[in-house]
Design a protein around this ligand. Sequence first.
Ligand SMILES: Nc1ncnc2c1ncn2[C@@H]1O[C@H](COP(=O)(O)OP(=O)(O)OP(=O)(O)O)[C@@H](O)[C@H]1O
Length: 286
Amino acid sequence: MTTLEEQATFDTPEAGEVLLEARGVTMRFGGLVAVDEVDLTVRAGEIVGLIGPNGAGKTTFFNCLTGLYKPTSGVVSFAGRPLRPRPRAVVRAGMARTFQNIRLFQNMTALENVMVGRYCRTSAGPLTSILRGPKFRREEAETRARAQELLEFVGMPDVADSLARNLPYGDQRRLEVARALATDPQLLLLDEPTAGMNPQETRQAEVLIQRIRETGLAVVVIEHDMRFIFNLCDRVLCLVQGSVLVEGTPEQVQSDPRVIEAYIGTSADGPDEQTGAGPEDGAPRA
Ligand SMILES: Nc1ncnc2c1ncn2[C@@H]1O[C@H](COP(=O)(O)OP(=O)(O)OP(=O)(O)O)[C@@H](O)[C@H]1O
C-alpha cells in the first residue's frame, strides 16, 4: 500500500530557500493603520505562526500578502520577484490560502470543490472547453485524478461524491485545505484553521499541517489556539495594533511578558472597539 505522501507529490523548492519576503507592509483604512510596517520572511519548509489579539491586523496582513488588498505601502515578493497585488497572480506565483470563514461551493461535491482549485493550472481555453476536445478531456481526467489524490492526502478518501454542505465541519475545513493544495502552492496561508473545531479535529489539523510541511511546503498560520501554535510552529510573530511586537521561537514568544500583557490587556479591556468582539474572541485558547 502506498502512503499518502507517495500518492500526492508536490513541486517543491529547495529547503531553506526564501519564498515570501514582505518588507514594510502597511495598510491604512482612512485614519486607522491596520498593518504598520510589517516585515516577514518565510522559507521553504517552515511553519510560521501569526498571533495577536482581535483587531491586531493579522487577517489584513494576509489580505495584503495574497492580493486581496493592495498595501498602502511596502513590498511583497515571492521567490525573488515582486508580487502583483492580484489574487490570481498570487495563486499562479505559488501562494494559496484559506479563509477564517469557510468559503466552499456548498452545493458542489467535495471532488468538484478541489477540482475548482486546480483550474488555475490547466491550459484548456474557452474554445477547447466548449468543444470538449481531446486536450480538454485529458486535462479534465488529470484534474479529477489529482483532486482525488488530494482528498486522500487530507485524510478524506471516501467523500468525493458528497456535497460540501453535508460534510461535518472539520471535514469542510480539510476540504478547503485540499482545494488550496490543488493550486500547487509552495506556500500555504491558513487563517484560523481550527476555529470552531473540537479537540480531536484540532489534533487532526495539526497532523495535517505537519504532513504538508513534510512535503516541502511552507505554511503561515493565524491562530488563537496557543497550544496549537506553540506545538506546531518553528517561528511565531505576535502582532499588536498592526505592528510586530515580538518575533521568535515558540519558547521565546510564549515566555515574553509583552505577549502575555498584550493578551491580558485585551481581556481586561472588554469588547474590542473596532470589531465589537468580546474578550474571549481575542484571548488565547490554551
Ligand atoms: N475593510 C476594512 N475597512 C476598515 N477597517 C478594517 C477593514 N478590515 C479590517 N479593518 C480594521 O483593521 C483592524 C485589523 O483587523 P483584522 O481583521 O486584520 O484583525 P485580526 O488580527 O485579523 O483580528 P481577528 O483575530 O479578530 O480576526 C481592525 O481594527 C479592523 O476593524
